[in-house]
Design a protein around this ligand. Sequence first.
Ligand code: 4AD
Ligand code: MG
Length: 481
Amino acid sequence: MEHTRIKQLLIAEDFGQEVIVKGWVRTFRNNQFIAINDGSTLNNIQAVVDFENTDEQLLRRVTTGAAVRVKGELVQSLGKGQRVEIKVNELTILGDSDPEKYPLQPKKHSLEFLREIAHLRFRTGTFNAIFKVRNALAFAVHQFFNDRDFVYMHTPIVTGSDAEGAGEMFRVTTIDFDNVPRNEDGTVNYKEDFFGKSTNLTVSGQLEGELAAMALGNIYTFGPTFRAENSNTTRHLAEFWMIEPEMAFYELEDNMDLAEELLKYVINYALKNCPDEIAFLSNRLLEEEKSKPQSERSEMNLVDKLQFVLTNDFERVTYTDAIEILKRSKPNQKKQFKYLIEEWGADLQSEHERYLVEKHFKKPVILTDYPREIKSFYMKQNEPDAQGRHTVRAMDILFPGIGEMVGGSQREENLEKLLARMAEVGIPEHEIDWFLDTRRFGSAPHSGFGVGFERLVLFTTGMSNIRDVIPFPRTPKNAEF
Ligand code: 4AD
Ligand code: MG
């Protein structure tokens, strides 16, 4: 490779060496100073052109967004805020960028606008920082599990099962492109199947993961999952990545311990390995906060927020106790938390979750033992309580500003109890016979959970819309590229 990446050059000590840099022009000032960025760092390197001895035609092509190669001497910089710069001997334009058409201006652009220009969104500092943090978190997930002897397991994207029993699935259809069947009105007649079988895009790798865990012990999946819920919120995507560990011989408490340890480990890893990116995002957040009225501003900056999570135990509360807290709470005057009176049995709305996390406990909360009726069929059933109410060994982890970050449970290992529950909710035995084998041959206590990876990135970057932490968001109106 003939060029050096800018991240390396910015910390280089050997001034006077000849270097080659390749990158994209951020700005070009006074026909002399080119700020170049190559994506390796948030910072630009300044290349100083001897404009009196450089072809005018060539200089005119140094426009924002153009790809350039510069060769020159690495020198100490006299300019403010930079240690090094390049005294250019050779300037080459690798790819022009028409200034009449280039959509980014040297000012702040709205995140909504940037979402529409998928390519150039990556060229902004904000998205450079976000995707570096996303990368660090993903790497840390693998490191965490690898250090603990978990096996990374790939589970299928196309599947015949509805793992959550929630029915929010995208159907897979096949089409023979050489011989497209047409309806009478000329529209395409899709064959509604996958080679004769009805399938969908997976909502979770859990059920397949359970098979592997009940043989290998500890496994995890980390892959894309799909939900056809038509919800246009800042917390939902139609395609999102989920981290799903599954552990044989783990009970609910072990499950909670592992989830808390994982979240703290990966957030700490990002803090340690992306200090510049997180500082950049923290500043961005401070600027954003300034436009809000004083009363709505967050008291903590991003780094403090992350540190706070690392240094405090998550609060562990049962659903039943949480309902009591919600019943006792008084709606505040600003009506921010308006629906506080809840009856036992109801699913918690995001207002309730936010009240518990942000107002009552003021830290991440693990809610356990939810009513059986509002949770998935595979969760381990508790003995009914004194009032005959049925709960399951579920756990959800709620985070400030995010809501549900993790959903998991101990699994029902008893075949009879599982079959009875399946019959109640209408899941035919033959549909998941392959799964029921886990309860037939050496069944044992086991547990697992799913972390919504984008929600984790959202929290760690301090961004407010989930669409801004995934490179290509899939939402109801967004699937063209
Ligand atoms: O609570 P969920 O639906 O749980 C499961 O799928 C279990 N099978 C996991 C397991 O036990 N192995 O989803 C898990 C997490 C949620 O807590 C949330 O963080 C995230 O996945 N999630 C979404 N993230 C973005 N967009 C969506 N539409 C999401 N739906 C769930
Ligand atoms: Mg859930």
